[in-house]
Design a protein around this ligand. Sequence first.
Ligand code: IMP
Ligand code: MG
Length: 187
Amino acid sequence: MSGSRSIRDDIETVLVTQQQIDDAVGDLASRLTEVFADRNPILIGALKGAFIFFADLVRRLDFPLEIDFVVARSYGNSTVPGCIDITTDVSCDLTGRHVVVIDDIVDTGQTLKALVAVLEERDVASVHTCCLLDKPERRRCDFQPDYVGIVIPDYFVVGYGLDFSGHHRNLPFVGVLRPELYSSSDQ
Ligand code: IMP
Ligand code: MG
């Protein structure tokens, strides 16, 4: 291995440090514990972006819970909102259960809004949403996550699970990509 190429060279600024992430995860864990400690919830991680946040968060929770995962992508727009393609669905029965969807970031809000609508049709006891990051300036629908770690400005960010074109998920912090790397893309 040459070791000369670092994905850190693609980062213009560190927007959320590892310490800030750790503090936010701890705060979210406390808030979830207050509400769900006696409800035996199912936490559903939205892949791929939530994989690191999900793993860190569940290790800060010490009450009974189950986990599952979903892979979903929204294709809604202003004229056809709320359409979602669930390419990998949860494997457990959600009937009567308290569900908490865990995601990396809320951007337009369309993915989580549509996913919540699908889950609510499954005779669940409740559906809540928990996201590490929120970009409210980008919202294109009336969706507000129930639990938010950190509100950030309208930057395209990578790291701690978030990717650009499949890469940079393995950075331990959340950073802003150097603009010249995505200027030809609309995210
Ligand atoms: P939505 O626009 O709220 O539906 O977000 C859909 C998904 O896009 C999120 O769950 C993320 O996985 C991804 N996403 C949104 N904003 C960013 C970003 O700044 N960096 C990387 N991925 C993002
Ligand atoms: Mg996501």
